[in-house]
Design a protein around this ligand. Structure first.
Ligand SMILES: Cc1cc2nc3c(=O)[nH]c(=O)nc-3n(C[C@H](O)[C@H](O)[C@H](O)COP(=O)(O)O)c2cc1C
Length: 299
């Protein structure tokens, strides 16, 4: 799969829909539709509709434990004939052979060398070395550069770097360290083609690199069965100040307050997934402009 720009947009549930994926692919990278914790086949079909007529490769990213609960998601993703299929955060690898049979290249996110070995042994074609700086869910074990260095050194498959890549210099750094490309989430999350609302974008623009943390508080409150070792990196807010580390005490009043805040776009309480590169996200731009800037060909 020859790309003009070595950038894959990270599959971001509720953020990277068909419009963002198509824009990234048109800009010379590989766009991916992300299906997150609340994914359904209907939502995937809706997002795929935005990519009709696209004459560039496209990827789809799923979450392992969500596919376990809704196997039809994998069927729908494969029926769309993606160039790249990623399934992260699961340990049933049967999807790899099915994706290969459907002609897709396969990828998965790994947080340490053991995970990288298991994925490569399962036949995954591309490993995503996802460092602890990254936004959204992941095992925050090792920073991007040390993780990338050891995965590149020990494994023979191509490796994409993920976590904290938000500038042309950062992209150059991971390419110099042996990455085949970058898997970029936070830096593309506020693009005008993303599914984020304007208040969510504005909250990201105000945030600095030190304003994120990892937590399970939102998942516990919203009833998402993420495994214990997979917290999400989010912007710190009043909900995380109150409930991070006290998840067992989250009560109905807190749950109601959180749901109301999500419905009202109130990000003093509601979650925004973002990694430490958020400090470099300062305005709403078309994805093509962000891709050009990261690739060093834009302003
Ligand atoms: C808003 C947002 C949503 C995300 N949703 C998903 C998801 O649905 N599935 C997934 O595999 N990873 C998800 N991630 C994690 C990304 O795949 C990737 O690991 C991360 O964005 C890389 O770090 P960065 O945010 O610093 O670029 C998400 C990340 C963000 C920022």
């Amino acid at each position: 799969m020859a790309l003009q720009v070595p950038i894959v947009n990270a599959p971001m549930g509720g953020v990277a829909g068909g419009r963002l994926a198509a824009a990234v692919s048109r800009a010379g990278g590989l766009g991916m539709i992300g299906m997150g914790s609340s994914a359904t086949t209907a939502k995937l079909e809706d997002e795929l509709a935005h990519t009709r007529g696209l004459d560039r490769p496209l990827g789809i990213g799923l979450i392992g434990w969500v596919v376990d609960r809704e196997p039809a998601l994998l069927d729908a993703a494969l029926a769309a004939r993606p160039a790249l299929l990623s399934v992260s955060f699961g340990d049933d690898w049967s999807w790899v052979a099915r994706a290969h049979d459907a002609g897709a290249t396969t990828a998965t996110q790994v947080a340490d060398l053991d995970e990288a070995r298991r994925a490569a042994d399962a036949g995954v074609d591309v490993l995503v070395a996802r460092g602890a700086e990254g936004g959204g869910h992941g095992r925050p074990r090792v920073g991007t550069l040390p993780l990338l260095a050891e995965v590149v050194e020990q494994m023979s498959v191509p490796v994409l770097a993920a976590g904290g890549i938000g500038s042309a210099r950062a992209l150059s750094a991971v390419l110099a360290a042996g990455a085949a490309g970058a898997w970029v989430g936070t830096a593309l999350a506020a693009c005008e083609e993303s599914l984020l609302t304007d208040p969510a974008r504005a909250t990201m623009f105000d945030a600095h690199s030190a304003d994120t943390l990892t937590t399970r508080a939102f998942d516990v409150a919203l009833g998402y069965p993420w495994p214990l070792e997979l917290p999400e990196r989010v912007l710190r807010n009043t909900f995380t100040d109150r409930w991070r580390g006290r998840e067992d005490e989250i009560d109905d009043a807190a749950r109601d307050c959180l749901r109301a805040a999500i419905a009202a776009d109130d990000y003093a309480v509601a979650p925004i997934n973002a990694g430490q590169a958020v400090g470099q996200v300062t305005s709403t731009e078309p994805a093509a402009a962000v891709i050009a800037r990261l690739a060093g060909t834009g302003t």
